[in-house]
Design a protein around this ligand. Structure first.
Ligand code: DQA
Length: 156
């Protein structure tokens, strides 16, 4: 059953290869498992969860524009774009609803280039390091996040 509140779960490059991609880092959960788990969590939370993945920065930016125009909450795993895409950062900054940055792994405990997130400062918050559960926690967290633009106040 789908709820009425539409939520986009957006995934960046290489996440479509979950399951076969570096399983020693990302585990054996497949992208399809991730989609199913997010949809099931959506049913529990009465959210209409739509999961998408792209390897293309322009497509991801376009989806963020769509979310901004529709005041749609977003759970975003920007993958490698996290660390250097100012285009993505500027698209997230236009958000009109909560946006939670998620990561399967904990980038802070990995290579140094992963320690920087250019989207964190314009997101409502970040959940990282819990595998698939990072997404499920983020969907739950949306319930506790008031809509507000990133105005520098530090509030979500
Ligand atoms: C990731 C972490 C990023 O550093 C990496 O580039 C990814 C996945 C994660 O979910 O742990 O592709 O976002």
């Amino acid at each position: 059953m789908s709820g009425t509140r539409h939520v986009l779960v957006l995934n960046g490059p290489n996440l479509g290869r979950l399951g076969s991609r570096e399983p020693e880092v990302y585990g054996h959960v497949s992208y399809d498992d991730l989609v199913q788990a997010c949809r099931a969590a959506g049913d529990e939370l009465d959210l209409d969860v739509e999961v998408r993945q792209t390897d293309d920065e322009a497509v991801l930016v376009g989806w963020l524009h769509e979310a901004a125009d529709g005041m749609t909450p977003v759970v975003l795993n920007p993958a490698a774009f996290t660390h250097y895409s100012y285009a993505l950062r500027d698209a997230v900054a236009q958000r009109t609803a909560p946006l939670i940055e998620v990561h399967l792994t904990n980038p802070a405990s990995r290579e140094e280039f992963r320690h920087t997130s250019v989207v964190a400062a314009v997101s409502s918050g970040t959940i990282a390091g819990f595998g698939l559960a990072s997404y499920l926690l983020a969907l739950q967290a949306l319930e506790h996040t008031e809509p507000s633009p990133p105005d520098g106040s530090g509030l979500p």
